[in-house]
Design a protein around this ligand. Structure first.
Ligand code: HEM
Length: 395
């Protein structure tokens, strides 16, 4: 039985070798985690989707069978229960909170945010062109853009934006002070929530409309605001950095986008599939579930290995190839079912705008170092590159 987490291979774009081995054994295998905890590892696409949609699987991490919770003390479990955000709650409680977040993240609302996102990306690219090559696209674009995206989503007042965005950037990048930045953000958001009357189109106004109607608790509302910030920040940062690295390292894919930028939305779906940056989504079974000839027993932990599901050859032909012409929208990079990513429209828009702007304004952008020299940081959870040196011919 393989240990989990599994080490990544040396190729920045490759599947974990262990995931491919598990997938070769069948759609469901078992892996061994810390404290000797044995959990199911689901690598098949059809099984992953079915289990994402199955209400017998829970997101409640205070259940001792939940992957990674085996060694937790009673005190730690009690603390988890206290601080759980809505993505760690099952329905119907989860739905009451999710309903408050949805209006600020619909396709229509995200369309309204697009001009502001475009201006932000244009300003970043203007700065790059003025400074000239070489540039590192991680600190120049992948780190600041999600913080601006979140400012817009949260309806942060103009005068507070530098404070908010600096701490969002720090939360995602500073190992030493990231925790402190998050706790400062928590106090700030708590105060800002109080000032929202619940009528605005932003996320915090949506949350306060539920709070004022006494549908939800203040503590959970704040947890939701913080958890959404963490979920949106790190995943979008990672997709920007890893997505651009993938396109630049597969030159024919980049050139195809330069020739026809209308292909960018399809390319974003393919990058989401290919990179699957939110890795191995945990669940715990509340009752027995029979699937693919196996029985997941009540209390068993389950890891839905989205990177493996998104490379299942029965669903995606030639899955290890990055191919922006394929139709990949049915990937499970955003999960599936009731917890499917609530920020997916905003993430797609941010990625589309960043990539379209770069392929149109700096078409000869290329890596300044060989792709193999670029280190991937992080194993399980969201992984990313910490630098992305690029160059181009100045005009
Ligand atoms: C490309 C970037 C992103 C990726 C790959 C991603 C991935 C995911 C995945 C796989 C889930 C499902 C987790 C589960 O089933 O337990 C999820 C849920 C979630 N995501 Fe994202 N996400 C991204 C961007 C965002 C953004 C921009 C936001 C908001 C600003 C966001 C907020 C959330 C929230 C709040 C949930 C929990 C939803 C629920 O439990 O109902 N994500 N995301």
């Amino acid at each position: 039985m393989a240990d989990f987490p599994m080490p990544r291979g040396t190729c920045p774009f490759g599947q974990h070798p262990g995931y491919a081995e598990a997938a070769a054994q069948g759609p469901l295998t078992k892996v061994s985690m810390a404290h000797g905890q044995i959990v199911w590892f689901v690598a098949g696409y059809a099984e992953t989707r079915a289990l994402f949609a199955d209400s017998r699987l829970s997101v409640d991490r205070t259940n001792p069978g939940y992957p990674g919770s085996a060694g937790a003390t009673a005190e730690q479990l009690a603390n988890m229960a206290e601080t759980q955000s809505f993505n760690q709650l099952d329905d119907p409680e989860h739905a009451a909170y999710r309903r408050l977040a949805i209006p600020s993240l619909t396709v229509r609302r995200v369309k309204e945010l697009r001009p502001a996102l475009q201006s932000a990306v244009d300003a970043i690219v203007d700065d790059l062109l003025v400074a000239g090559p070489v540039a590192d696209l991680v600190p120049a674009l992948a780190v600041p853009l999600p913080s601006i995206m979140l400012s817009l989503l949260y309806g942060i007042p103009a005068e507070d934006r530098p404070y908010f965005e600096q701490r969002v950037r720090q939360a995602a990048t500073d190992r030493r002070f990231g925790g402190r930045a998050l706790s400062e953000l928590s106090s700030y958001l708590d105060r800002l929530l109080e000032s929202k009357d619940g009528d605005g189109a932003d996320l915090l106004s949506g949350l306060m409309s539920g709070r004022r109607a006494d549908l939800v608790t203040q503590r959970r509302v704040l947890n939701l605001a913080l958890q959404t910030l963490v979920a949106g920040n790190e995943s979008t940062l990672s997709m920007l950095a890893m997505g651009l690295l993938s396109l630049l390292a597969h030159r024919n894919q980049w050139t195809a986008l330069v020739a026809d930028p209308s292909r960018v939305p399809a390319a974003v779906e393919e990058l989401l599939r290919y990179l699957s940056v939110a890795d191995s989504v945990p669940r715990v079974a509340l009752s027995d579930v029979e699937i693919a000839g196996e029985v997941i027993r009540a209390g068993d932990g389950v890891l839905l290995a989205t990177p493996a599901a998104n490379r299942d050859p029965q669903t995606f032909a030639d899955p290890n190839q990055l191919d922006i012409t394929r139709s990949a929208r049915h990937h499970v990079a955003f999960g599936y079912g009731i917890h499917q990513c609530v920020g997916q429209n905003l993430a797609r828009a941010t990625l589309e705008i960043a990539i379209t702007t770069l392929v149109t304004r700096i078409p000869d952008l290329h890596l300044a170092v060989p792709a193999e020299e670029i280190q991937i940081d992080g194993g399980v959870g969201v992984h990313r590159t910490t630098r992305l040196p690029v160059t181009w011919t100045p005009q």
